[in-house]
Design a protein around this ligand. Structure first.
Ligand code: PSU
Ligand code: MN
Length: 306
C-alpha cells in the first residue's frame, strides 16, 4: 500500500505563502489552550502573530479543528481555542485519534512538528519545549522524540525550570538534536536567562542560523534544530525565585497525584500562580521575542536579507 500523506488545511494567507515560497512560521496552540490562562492567551496569540508579520513572515497557528488538522486558525476557531471550550491537549500520538473523534485539539510542540513537516513549514516558534521531568524517570515529553525525527527549526527560550534541565540537554545530545544559542552561550532557563549549562554552539545572526540549518538539511539529517534565546532582559526573573515556585509546584502535583498529559499544564499553572503576574509578563515577552526571531530566520531561509 502506498502512503498518501495528509496536507493540513491552510488559511488563504498560509496557502499563498506556501505556494509562493514566502517565509512562514508555525506556532503551537497548546500554549494558548492549556499553557496560559485567559486573557493572557489572547495577548500571546496577538503578540506572536504580529511579531512574525513584523519580521516579514506569515504566522500559522497549528491545531486540530473539529477533527481537521490545520495550519492557520480562522478567527472564530481561534476564539473557541482561547475560551478553551472543550479543547483537548494533543501531542503527536493523539493527532489521529483527535481526527477520528472530530475533536478540537490544541497542539503541543510534538504535534506542531508533525503538522509543520507535513506542509513543508521549516520554522516554528514557541515558549519552551517539553523535556525530562524531575524525579520522574519515566516521564519524558514526547516533544524530545519528535524533535529527534522531524526536520523543523524550533525557536524557544529553552525548557521550563519545572523540568530537569541538565537531563533534557543530555537527551537532546543523544537524540542528535543540535541546540544553538542565539545571544547566549548557555541554555536559558525560560523565565531566567541563565542556568549555568553551557551550549556547544552560539550563532547570533538569523543569516548564520539559516546557513547552519541549510547545512543540517543538506546532510539529510531528519532531526530538528533547537535555537534558544534568553527571555528579554527587562522581564527575566531571578532563578532563585523561579526555583522556589517550582519546588512548591512539584510538591503540589505530587500531593494531588497528577499524572500523564496533565502534569505539564498543572505545573505551569502552579508556577504562574506562585510568581504572581511576573511570570506571565515574562512568558508573553519571550513568546513575542521568539516569534520575531523565528520570523527573521524564516525570511533569511526564504532568500530575503536578515
Ligand atoms: N512549556 C511552556 N508552556 C507550554 C508548554 C511547555 O512553557 O504551554 C506545552 C507545550 O505545548 C509543550 C507541552 O509541547 O507543554 C509539553 O507537554 P508534555 O510534557 O505533556 O509533553
Ligand atoms: Mn509527560
Amino acid at each position: 500500500m502506498t502512503e498518501r500523506l495528509l496536507r493540513p488545511r491552510c488559511t488563504p494567507a498560509v496557502s499563498s505563502a506556501l505556494d509562493h515560497g514566502h517565509a512562514l512560521v508555525a506556532l503551537e496552540s497548546s500554549v494558548l489552550a492549556q499553557g496560559l490562562e485567559p486573557p493572557h492567551n489572547r495577548d500571546a496569540a496577538q503578540r506572536m502573530s504580529a511579531a512574525v508579520i513584523a519580521a516579514g513572515a506569515t504566522p500559522a497557528i497549528t491545531a486540530v479543528v473539529r477533527g481537521v488538522p490545520v495550519l492557520g486558525l480562522e478567527d472564530e476557531d481561534l476564539e473557541r481555542f482561547l475560551r478553551r471550550d472543550g479543547v483537548r491537549k494533543v501531542s503527536a500520538r493523539d493527532l489521529g485519534i483527535a481526527m477520528a473523534d472530530g475533536a478540537d485539539g490544541a497542539t503541543t510542540v510534538a504535534a506542531t512538528l508533525v503538522l509543520a513537516a507535513l506542509a513543508g513549514v521549516e520554522v516554528f516558534a514557541t515558549g519552551g519545549i517539553g523535556g525530562v521531568h524531575r524525579d520522574a524517570p519515566f516521564d519524558e515529553s514526547a516533544d524530545l522524540v519528535e524533535l529527534s525525527r522531524t526536520p523543523v527549526l524550533v525557536v524557544c527560550a529553552g525548557a521550563k525550570s519545572i523540568l530537569d534541565l541538565p537531563a533534557t540537554l543530555e537527551r537532546l545530545e543523544t537524540l542528535g538534536v543540535p541546540v544553538v544559542g542565539c545571544g547566549t552561550d548557555e541554555l536559558p532557563g525560560f523565565f531566567s536567562a541563565s542556568t549555568g549549562l553551557s551550549l556547544t554552539c552560539r550563532l547570533d545572526r538569523p543569516a548564520q542560523i539559516a546557513r547552519a540549518w541549510r547545512a543540517h538539511r543538506a546532510l539529510g539529517r531528519r532531526s530538528a534544530m533547537v535555537v534558544v534565546q534568553p527571555p528579554p532582559a527587562a522581564f527575566a526573573i531571578p532563578a532563585g525565585i523561579v526555583e522556589e515556585a517550582t519546588r512548591a509546584a512539584l510538591q503540589a502535583a505530587s500531593t494531588a497525584g497528577i499524572r500523564g498529559a496533565a502534569v505539564t499544564p498543572y505545573l505551569l499553572a502552579q508556577v504562574q500562580q506562585r510568581t504572581d503576574g511576573r511570570s506571565v509578563q515574562a512568558n508573553l515577552a519571550l513568546l513575542e521575542a521568539n516569534a520575531r526571531l523565528a520570523g527573521e530566520i524564516a525570511v533569511a531561509l526564504a532568500g530575503g536579507t536578515s
